[in-house]
Design a protein around this ligand. Structure first.
Ligand code: XMP
Length: 320
C-alpha cells in the first residue's frame, strides 16, 4: 500500500528535499534518464531529478508524432529557459509500427507501453549507460490500473513487471504519493512557470488515446487539428480537462448537396479535482455550436460533432 499525501497536507519544500535525498542514495554516481512530455508530472520529475543528479540526468522528449501540434519544440524551449537541456528523439516509426492493425483499447495501451519502455527506452538506456529511469507516476495512475479500470501506460512494478529484468533498468517514481492537485503545488514550488504547473493534464499515450479504433498517421492528423480547435475554444472554460475524440465509424453527412461519409468528433470537457470522478462541464450551447461549426469547417471530412454528457463513472475521461 503506497502512502497518500493529500495536497492540503503537502509541504512542498519538505517533500522535494526528501525526494532529492532519496534519489541521491538510490542512484549514487549512476546515470539517470527521464522522459519529459511537458505535462505537469514529468515536468516536476525533471526538476526534482536535476536537483538531485545535475548533468547525470539525461532528459529526453520522445517524439512519437502523437503529441499536440508543435509540442516537442515548445517543451524544449520552456526547459531551456530553466537551464535544462532536452534532447528530442524521433520515434515515430516505432510507435506507428507497433500500433498498426490494433483496434482493442487495451492492446493499443499495451503496445504503447512496450514500445516506450522496451524498444525506445531500452535502446536509449543501452546507448547512454543509464541505470535509472525517473518517471512521474502519480497515485491515481496506480489506483485505476490496479483496480483493473484502465491500464495506464506508466504502471509497471504495480502490475508485476520487473523492470530490471525485463527492460534492464530501475524505475524511480518521486511523485507516487501525490495526486494531480498535489503535483501542481509541488511544481509551483519547484519554480516551474504557471503555464506548466497549471497545465491541463494530457495522457501519456497522447492522441493515440483519443482515436477509437486503429491509429494511423491520417487519423492522428485529423485529431491534432480537432485538438487545436477544442483547446482554443475551451481555454477559458475553467474545466479540469477538455479534449476531442475521433470515432472509428464514419457516418453519412452531406456537403455541397452531396452525400459524404464523414468523420465523427466527440468533444469532452470535465470538471474534476483529481480525475477520480468527473462531471461534464455545463458549456453554454452557443459555445458548443461554435465548436461544431469550426470542426466541420476547418477539419477535413468531419460531418458530425457530439458532446459527452455522461459523468465518470460510468464514463472514463479518455475514450480509449
Ligand atoms: P481516465 O480516462 O482513466 O483518465 O478516466 C483519468 C485521467 O488520467 C489520464 N490518463 C492517462 N495519463 N497515461 C497517462 O499518463 C495513461 O495511460 C492515461 N490514461 C488516462 C487522463 O487524461 C485523465 O486526466
Amino acid at each position: 500500500m503506497i502512502e497518500e499525501i493529500k495536497a492540503s497536507e503537502l509541504n512542498p519544500e519538505e517533500y522535494i528535499s526528501k525526494q532529492v535525498e532519496s534519489i541521491g542514495s538510490t542512484v549514487g554516481e549512476g546515470i539517470g534518464i527521464n522522459a519529459l512530455s511537458g505535462g505537469v508530472d514529468s515536468s516536476a520529475v525533471t526538476l526534482i531529478g536535476h536537483r538531485a543528479m545535475g548533468d547525470k540526468l539525461k532528459t529526453i522528449f520522445i517524439d512519437h508524432g502523437m503529441m499536440r501540434e508543435g509540442e516537442p519544440e515548445y517543451v524544449r524551449d520552456v526547459f531551456k529557459n530553466l537551464g535544462v537541456d532536452v534532447q528530442i528523439i524521433d520515434a515515430k516509426a516505432e510507435f506507428y509500427g507497433a500500433l498498426k492493425g490494433l483496434t482493442d483499447p487495451e492492446e493499443k495501451r499495451e503496445a504503447i507501453t512496450r514500445t516506450f519502455y522496451k524498444d525506445v527506452f531500452g535502446k536509449l538506456v543501452r546507448d547512454t549507460g543509464a541505470k535509472h529511469l525517473m518517471q512521474g507516476t502519480i497515485l491515481t495512475d496506480v489506483d485505476e490500473t490496479v483496480a483493473g479500470i484502465k491500464r495506464q501506460h506508466n504502471i509497471l512494478a504495480q502490475v508485476g513487471i520487473d523492470t530490471e529484468q525485463e527492460f534492464g533498468y530501475n524505475v524511480v517514481e518521486p511523485l507516487i504519493h501525490l495526486r494531480k492537485d498535489g503535483v501542481r503545488k509541488l511544481a509551483a514550488a519547484l519554480g516551474l512557470p504557471e503555464e506548466i504547473y497549471n497545465r491541463m493534464p494530457f495522457l501519456g499515450p497522447a492522441l493515440a488515446g483519443r482515436i477509437i479504433g486503429e491509429v494511423t498517421p491520417e487519423k492522428v492528423a485529423t485529431i491534432k487539428q480537432a485538438t487545436v480547435i477544442v483547446e482554443e475554444e475551451l481555454a477559458d472554460s475553467g474545466a479540469f480537462q477538455y479534449m476531442a475524440i475521433l470515432h472509428d465509424s464514419r457516418v453519412p453527412g452531406m456537403r455541397d448537396g452531396k452525400r459524404e461519409y464523414g468523420q465523427q468528433i466527440e468533444v469532452r470537457c470535465w470538471d474534476s479535482v483529481d480525475a477520480r470522478v468527473a462531471t461534464p462541464t455545463r458549456i453554454p450551447h452557443e459555445k458548443l455550436e461554435r465548436i461544431a461549426e469550426r470542426l466541420v469547417n476547418e477539419v477535413p471530412e468531419v460531418v458530425s460533432v457530439t458532446y459527452n454528457i455522461t459523468p465518470k463513472p460510468p464514463s472514463t475521461m479518455e475514450a480509449v
